[in-house]
Design a protein around this ligand. Sequence first.
Ligand code: FNR
Length: 399
Amino acid sequence: PPLDTLLNLDEIEAAATKQVSKKCWAYYFSAADDLYSKTLNNLAYRNILLRPRVFVDVTSADTSTTLLGHRVSTPLYVSPAAMARLAHPDGEAGIARGISRFGAMQLVSHNASMTPEQIVANAAPGQIFGWQLYVQTNRAKSEAMLARIAKMPEHYKCIVLTLDAPVPSKREHDERAGIEARLLLESSKPPEPSSSSAGAGGSSSGGGADKTNKDNNKKPDSNSGVGQQLFFGTAADLTWETTLPWLAKHTSLPIVLKGIQTHEDAYLAARYAREHPGTVRAIILSNHGGRSLDTAPPAVHTLLEIRKYCPEVFDTIEVWVDGGVRRGTDVVKALCLGAKAVGVGRAALWGLGAGGWKGVERTFEILQGEIVTCMKMMGARNLSELGPRFINTRMVERD
Ligand code: FNR
C-alpha cells in the first residue's frame, strides 16, 4: 500500500510483514522464549496514564534536546539493529536517509549489513551516529574497528557497548525459520555443508561479528537462526574492572552502556562515570527488545526503580531507553519518567521493509507527529517541562 495510507506503526509493521522474506520477518519479529518481555515492553507504556493540563498556550511545541552535548531536533533515536539489508537494499544508509529531516541520532549495529564508512558516505552533513560494539573474543578485531570509527569524528559521536547479550538467546521464530529453510533444502537436494539457511548472507560489514573466530564460541549448529549465527565470536567475559578501562584506552568517544536492567547496575554505571570522567556518559535501559532474557524488565520498570532508589543517576549520566515504542505517547511517558532519549529498533526496520528509506521517513513522520500532538494535548511546550506530574504510574507499579 502507498506509504501515506499507513497511519500508525502497527500498519507499517503489517505492510513490511507482507513484503520482506520469511527469514527477515522471523529475525526481526523474534524475541526470547515466550516473547513476554517483548509484549510487556509496550504494555508497560499502555498502563501509564497521562495527566493533561489545560489552559496552556500550546500554539507550538519544541521537541529539541541535546544528547551527549549534541543538539538533536527530537528525543527519538534509532537503536542499533543488525542486518537492515535483509529488509531492503537501502539498508542502514536508507535508515540514515529516512531520518535525515528529523534531526535524530542513529546508532549503527556492530552487525550492520553495511560498513560504518558506507553508512556515512551519503549521510546528511549534520547527521550524527553512534557505533555499537559487541566486544569480540579476539580483542584486536574490536580495537581495529574502534580505530576505524575514530577516523569519522564528524559523524560518529559515541560508542555503544551492549551488555545484555553475553550469550546467544533462544529465539524460536528465528530458529524455526532456519529449520524450515534447511528442511526445504534437504528435501530438494543432497545436503551441503554450507547450506546453513539462516546464515547472515549479504553482510558486507567490515567490522561485524567475527564469524570465523573459532576460539571461544561454539560454531552455531544447522538449526540456528540469524541471531545465533551473528553471535559467533562475541565475548562473554566482560566486567566493570577489565572491559571499561580497555575500551577507554581504545576510544576517546563517550561510552554508552546499553542493556542496563536494574537500579543496581544504573548506580554502578553512574559511580563509574563519576570516578572516571570522560568515559561512560550515558546508559540505555533496555532488555534488547525482549530478545535476550525473557521476563527481563521493560525500561519503564527500571526507570521507576532508579527514581526510587538512586535518582541521582539522572543528574550524573544521561539515561536513554528503548523497547516497545509504538506511539508518541510512549515516548512522552518515558521522558516524563526521566529518560533523555527514546530509541526504536524494530520500528525503523519495519519502515525499511515497508518502503525502503521512504518507509523509514514515514515511520518517523508518524511518531514525531504523535509526540508533538501528545505534548500539546498535555500542555507541555518543550521537553524540559515534562516530568512525573504529567503521568500516573499506579498501574505499572502494581504489576
Ligand atoms: C536488535 N537489537 C540489537 N541491539 C544491539 O545492541 N546490537 C544489535 O546488533 C542488535 N540487533 C538487533 C536486531 C534486531 C532485528 C532487533 C529487532 C533488535 C536491539 C535493539 O537495539 C533495541 O534494543 C530493541 O530493538 C528495542 O526494542 P524495539 O524498539 O524493537 O521494541
